[in-house]
Structures are given as structure tokens and as C-alpha cells.
Design a protein around this ligand. Structure first.
Ligand SMILES: NC(=O)c1ccc[n+]([C@@H]2O[C@H](COP(=O)([O-])OP(=O)(O)OC[C@H]3O[C@@H](n4cnc5c(N)ncnc54)[C@H](OP(=O)(O)O)[C@@H]3O)[C@@H](O)[C@H]2O)c1
Length: 330
């Protein structure tokens, strides 16, 4: 039987999510990759236990996570939860709907009331939960009126099936527009989930980070390690047992000689700071005041241990920031 480490809350940092009362662990564990039915269940379970033992309270899912079939990550997470239900109230569990999920017009990529409400019922069943803590619309849908998407999210909160709502992959303008509707409805809208890392800074160019910081919402950012590129893993080639080596992702296309040179220069700064490259990349993302939590992925428990240790050195000197800006601008 799993018994959580009693020291789990001693080191982790918890950040307030927007202006809400909800606090998020500075690192969240995302179950997008490596939690499908093809993976090793014991490894998945070990990763969730390791994360929880280190103070990670936030676990991020979506209806379509898991290979080879959509929903298998939620099923596996439900199985893992069966061994740790006593800790349910210590966890912030999120799921999403928005991408293609099931055949036909109601489960394709959209933001309709029909899809969002049905999908959450399916997710709750797969995970064996009565409610999720945060329910997200996964991607902006230009073909559904924003009012309909907002009202569907509001509805699941009123039903008690979600405590808070979020949006994902919405830019600043889309966020501003839906927030106006949420305000009218008094929906507990607390978070936007975009991609963000040292190698992907669109939220800064778009102004989304400044907007949310000024408007009582936080960012929960995904792929903070640019799917693993911002680690020591690819500094000297592509290991076979890596996301790029296995061909699990498009991110391999980004890995050219210039990027590897940049990663090595970033690594030199990380070493000066006494950190691994992965840890510095996570500290850097958390340095943005709009970010309440970084969603890390992992293929093995040791990566979670390494990554969580970033919280031991979150601060950057002005000189370090200037050096990093120079490398990132090249
Ligand atoms: N809302 C959205 O549209 C959206 C989209 C994508 C992701 N997400 C969320 O964000 C979460 C994280 O995304 P991500 O998996 O792309 O994040 P990431 O943290 O950028 O990449 C994680 C991958 O990097 C490698 N890695 C992690 N730590 C490492 C370390 N210390 N040393 C060496 N390699 C390491 C592992 O891959 P290998 O070991 O396999 O190489 C791991 O699976 C997802 O699980 C999901 O919850 C959301």
C-alpha cells in the first residue's frame, strides 16, 4: 500500500492561481506522454508517487491523452488513484476537452456545449472521480460562439463537476474576450495553459503573460523543457531512448546544429549557477510573474526528482538574465 512521504510539503513552493484562493505547486506533473496503455504501469505509478512525495499536488490530464487510444492516460491515472484515494483532497487534478476525441461531429475538435459537457462526464468516469479541480477548454474554436464555450464551462462548475475552469492555447485577445463573459457569469476562471519555454516565447511577444498578470489569472505553462531539448540529454547527440530518438514527437525537427550549440551555451550558464540545464530552464520559466506552475512531463521517476530540485534556485541575477537574453536572441 502506498503511504506518502510525510515530509512532502517541506520544500515545494505553492503559488496562488490568479486572484483565486487556489494554490498550485510550482511544478505540476503532466500525463500527456508515457501514461498510455502501451507504457509500463509500474513506471507510471512510480512517477505519480514520486511527484506526490516531492510536494507536487497538481496532475494535468486531457480527454485525449494516452497511446494507442485516447483516454488511456485518464484510465491509468484512475487506476493509480485507486491506490491513493486517501490523498484526493491533497491533489489538484485537471482535465481538458477541445481536440479530436471520438468519431463524428460531436467529438471532433470543437468547443460546443454538447462536446464539453459529454467529455467531462467521460473523463470523470475514466478517472473514477466525482469532480475535477480544473476543467479546461483545450484549444480556441473559431466556429463555436465564445459565449457557448464559456457557458458550458460555467455549467459544469454549477453542476459540481469542476471547481475552477481554465482555457488552453488561447492568445491574449481570445483570453480577454472569454474573460469578459466569465465575469458576467461569475465563473471561477483562474488559469490559461499555453506553451512556454526558453526556446518558445510566444506568450511574451503576444502580451498574454502581462495581460493575465494584470487581470487576476495565472499561466500554467506546458512543455517548459521544449519536450526535453532543454536538458542534458541532447547536448551530444540523440539517445535512442528519448522522445526524439523514439520519434514520438515533431520536436526533433527543431534539433539542428545551431540549436545544439545554443543548448551547450545555456548549459554553461546552468553549470555556473550550480544547476542542471533542465533545472535552470524550469527556474527561468517560473521567474515570469505570470506563471503559477510549470507542467513537466517525464518518462521516468528520476527526471521528476531532478526537475523538482529547480526550486532550490529560482532566483536569477541581473547579469545571468542578461547573459541568457543574449544567447536566446541569437
Ligand atoms: N494544453 C496543451 O495543449 C498541452 C500540450 C502539450 C503538453 N501539455 C501538458 O504539459 C505537460 C508537459 O509537456 P511536455 O511533456 O512536453 O513537457 P517537457 O517537460 O517540456 O518535456 C518532458 C519530456 O522531457 C524529457 N525530460 C524531462 N525531464 C528530463 C530530465 N531531467 N532529463 C532528461 N530528459 C528529461 C522526457 O522525455 P524523454 O525521456 O522521453 O526524452 C519528458 O517526457 C504534458 O504532460 C501535458 O500535461 C499540454
Amino acid at each position: 500500500m502506498y503511504i506518502a512521504d510525510e515530509k512532502r510539503y517541506e520544500k515545494m513552493v505553492y503559488n496562488r492561481c490568479g486572484k483565486s484562493g487556489l494554490k498550485l505547486s510550482a511544478l505540476s506533473l503532466g500525463l500527456w506522454q508515457n501514461f498510455g496503455s502501451k507504457g509500463c504501469f509500474a513506471n507510471m505509478e512510480q512517477m505519480v508517487h514520486t511527484a506526490f512525495d516531492l510536494g507536487i499536488t497538481c496532475f494535468d490530464l486531457a480527454n485525449n491523452y494516452g497511446h494507442p487510444y485516447n483516454g488511456s492516460a485518464e484510465e491509468n491515472f484512475g487506476r493509480i488513484l485507486n491506490g491513493m484515494r486517501a490523498y484526493r483532497d491533497e491533489m489538484c487534478i485537471s482535465t481538458k476537452a477541445g481536440y479530436e476525441m471520438w468519431p463524428g461531429p460531436y467529438g471532433d475538435r470543437n468547443g460546443s456545449r454538447k462536446y464539453l459537457i459529454a467529455s467531462l462526464d467521460q473523463s470523470l468516469k475514466r478517472m473514477g472521480l466525482e469532480y475535477v479541480d480544473i476543467y479546461y477548454h483545450h484549444i480556441f474554436d473559431p466556429n463555436t460562439p465564445l459565449e457557448e464555450t464559456a457557458e458550458a464551462l460555467d455549467h459544469v462548475v454549477r453542476q459540481g463537476k469542476a471547481l475552477y475552469v481554465g482555457i488552453s492555447n488561447y492568445n491574449k485577445e481570445q483570453t480577454e474576450n472569454i474573460q469578459k463573459i466569465f465575469k458576467e457569469l461569475r465563473t471561477p476562471f483562474v488559469v490559461n495553459q499555453p506553451s512556454y519555454s526558453m526556446l518558445n516565447r510566444w506568450v511574451e511577444r503576444d502580451g498574454l503573460d502581462k495581460y493575465v498578470a494584470e487581470n487576476g489569472v495565472s499561466l500554467a505553462v506546458f512543455s517548459p523543457l521544449f519536450q526535453g531539448l532543454l536538458t542534458n540529454k541532447y547536448l551530444n547527440g540523440v539517445p535512442a531512448d528519448s522522445r526524439v530518438g523514439r520519434g514520438d514527437t515533431w520536436i526533433g525537427k527543431e534539433l539542428n546544429d545551431a540549436v545544439v550549440a545554443k543548448l551547450n551555451r545555456l548549459n554553461a550558464i546552468a553549470e555556473q549557477r550550480g544547476q542542471k540545464l533542465s533545472q535552470m530552464a524550469l527556474s527561468w520559466v517560473l521567474h515570469n510573474e505570470a506563471v503559477a506552475t510549470v507542467l513537466i512531463g517525464a518518462s521516468r521517476p528520476e527526471q521528476i526528482v531532478e526537475n523538482v530540485a529547480c526550486i532550490e534556485k529560482l532566483a536569477f541575477s541581473d547579469e545571468e538574465i542578461a547573459q541568457l537574453e543574449q544567447i536566446l536572441a541569437e
